[in-house]
Design a protein around this ligand. Structure first.
Ligand code: ACO
Length: 311
């Protein structure tokens, strides 16, 4: 890749042009997108597991319908994202193999268990809330197919966030046990939700280049700050307490100061040692193995049709 090629590509990025699948692009740009979109797709699919765990135990028909719709949406998001990554020349099969053998990551947040019904509220409110904060800027990502996929995904995520917050609001106004259940879920999901935004800027190896290429529009810490500033008043409004004794409003910066994040926990989860990592991969492996006959049948069908297509 010559300097002139890289400069011409950067000039397109700087002019806010969208890069499309058949456009020339630096190999690093392609690799970064495959990594990020692939990780994002895997997160959507693995993210169906903790919530799917409560579909049969939702407390009412109305809650069950909303939860089912949400879990299906996540599956749909995964599919758009795999399709977006495929425009970069990687197959869904390859991406799935990378997930199963540990080469590709998925979001740390989905390695925590859903212990009570309030966890479904907390996930919608906090996890989908954090996902929206991260994904709204991705609607302006320089890579066209990823940016366009994000527009619809964000609309659906915003419904997810509201259904989660509404569950929390209902529990917080309920009996003392229900209020405690909501507070306990907030206590367990708060810090992992902050970790979703990725390592702090000084430890984020990919941010500088991704910002230059306008794949990312904000740094990890910037988005984390926006999320905290938006979410703390929502907790206050329903009478719940964010589990951070150091949380204080900082008038000068117009945002909250927060206590230290336990990055050793984040690293453990990324290494595969979170509470649910093994279960999540086992479930995905089983789904992949159980689907082998479908892939084989599709291949056999395609092979049978080929001579006719050529004739
Ligand atoms: N969970 C797992 N891995 C993470 C997380 C996380 N929460 N945050 C960062 N990482 C990984 C990165 O993938 C990178 O590893 P890699 O180089 O092996 O891929 C490493 O930690 C260092 O992080 P960064 O240099 O900051 O990586 P990056 O610039 O890719 O930023 C981020 C990370 C913010 C997650 C970015 O990839 C992104 O915006 N992705 C799209 C959104 C997404 O994946 N959301 C998934 C959850 S939302 C949902 O599914 C509902």
């Amino acid at each position: 890749e010559t300097d002139a090629f890289l400069a011409a590509f950067q000039a397109r990025i700087d002019a806010e042009e969208k890069i499309e699948p058949n456009d020339p692009m630096p190999e690093g740009y392609r690799r970064t997108l495959v990594r990020q979109i692939g990780q994002h797709a895997h997160s959507e699919i693995v993210g169906m597991l903790p919530e799917g765990n409560w579909v049969t135990r939702a407390p009412s028909l109305r809650r069950k319908v909303a939860l089912l719709a949400k879990v299906q949406d996540e599956g749909g998001h995964g599919l758009y994202l795999y399709a977006a990554a495929e425009t970069l020349g990687v197959s869904r099969e390859e991406m799935t193999e990378q997930l199963l053998d540990g080469r590709a990551k998925y979001s740390s947040i989905f390695n925590y268990p859903t212990q009570t019904w309030a966890d479904i509220g907390a996930i919608g409110w906090l996890v989908d809330g954090a996902a929206i904060m991260n994904q709204i800027p991705l609607c302006r990502c320089s890579y066209g197919p990823y940016a366009r996929a994000m527009i619809r995904v964000c609309k659906e995520e915003s419904f997810h966030q509201r259904q989660g917050y509404e569950i929390m609001m209902t529990l917080a106004q309920g009996t003392e046990d229900q209020r405690e259940m909501a507070q306990d879920a907030l206590n367990r999901w708060w810090w992992p939700s902050l970790m979703m935004f990725g390592p702090s800027d000084k430890d984020s190896v990919n941010s500088d280049q991704s910002m230059k290429w306008k794949i990312k529009r904000f740094t990890n810490d910037e988005l984390r700050q926006k999320f905290i500033d938006a979410t703390v008043p929502q907790a206050e409004k329903i009478g719940l307490t964010v589990p951070d004794p150091d949380l204080t409003w900082n008038e000068a910066k117009g945002g909250y100061d927060h206590g230290p994040i336990d990055w050793s926990e984040f690293k453990r989860v990324l290494k595969g040692e979170g509470p649910m990592n093994r279960d999540r991969i086992r479930a995905r492996q089983k789904a992949w193995d159980d689907g082998a006959w479908v892939r084989e049948a599709a291949r056999a069908h395609a092979a049978k049709r080929q001579p006719a297509a050529l004739a």
